[in-house]
Design a protein around this ligand. Sequence first.
Ligand SMILES: [Zn+2]
Ligand SMILES: [Zn+2]
Length: 252
Amino acid sequence: VRIIVLGSGSAFSSPKRFNSCYLIKVGRNEILIDCGSDALRAIQKRMVNLLSIQKIFITHFHADHCGGLPAVLTAMHVLNRKRSVDIYVPSPQLEFTKEWFANVFLYNEKMSFKTNVFPIESNILNLSKDISLEFIQTNHLKKYSDCTTKKGINAQSFSIIVREKNKKFYFSSDLNSLDEAVKHLDCSLSFVEAAHLKLEEIRQLMNGSWRDVFLTHVPQELESNGVWRKELHNRFGLKHLNIVQDGQVFEI
Ligand SMILES: [Zn+2]
Ligand SMILES: [Zn+2]
């Protein structure tokens, strides 16, 4: 499994860190996990072939995870892509996604390729005998429940585990707390988002005995001159953090 970090930034992206976007190459599959607002820029910068991406998975509907979708699809059309693309979104947002595409004039009849939209549920999607994706619901959006209930919106967010035989890559995406990630850190490689964790939780993660755990979704505060970084050093003596960088490639 090859993981190419296209965007490791938080909601407040920077030229060094684009919004959430990861290219996964597994077997014959090329999939994109998350398509944040500046995903197209990230894709261009890393010279990813827009014609090879087969599936796009959106972990939740914050703009830093889904906002780049119309621009990426439009760019595929401009390149005269022929092969259809499958887009997976949390199931309550399935109809919204179809409406969204219609309102930004992305019609299958007018595009050079077909877009299929599928729901993500808490289950396992088998891509082949040896390759699967597991979707694990998280509590990241619970904080909106007073508003979403009023609007009748079912807000769902997911972590994803990509599996090929005995190799597993865990991507937490946005969480509510570290507890949600801990039971999955036995994977061959884990990316845990840093923007919604407490400093104590970041310390716990970095000092734990799990193998190959990296922080991603990195807020400015955690960059080398950031206030969180200074506090982690002063309070816990934590000098080194495992942080992924845009453009970094991992192989498991
Ligand atoms: Zn986010
Ligand atoms: Zn989020």
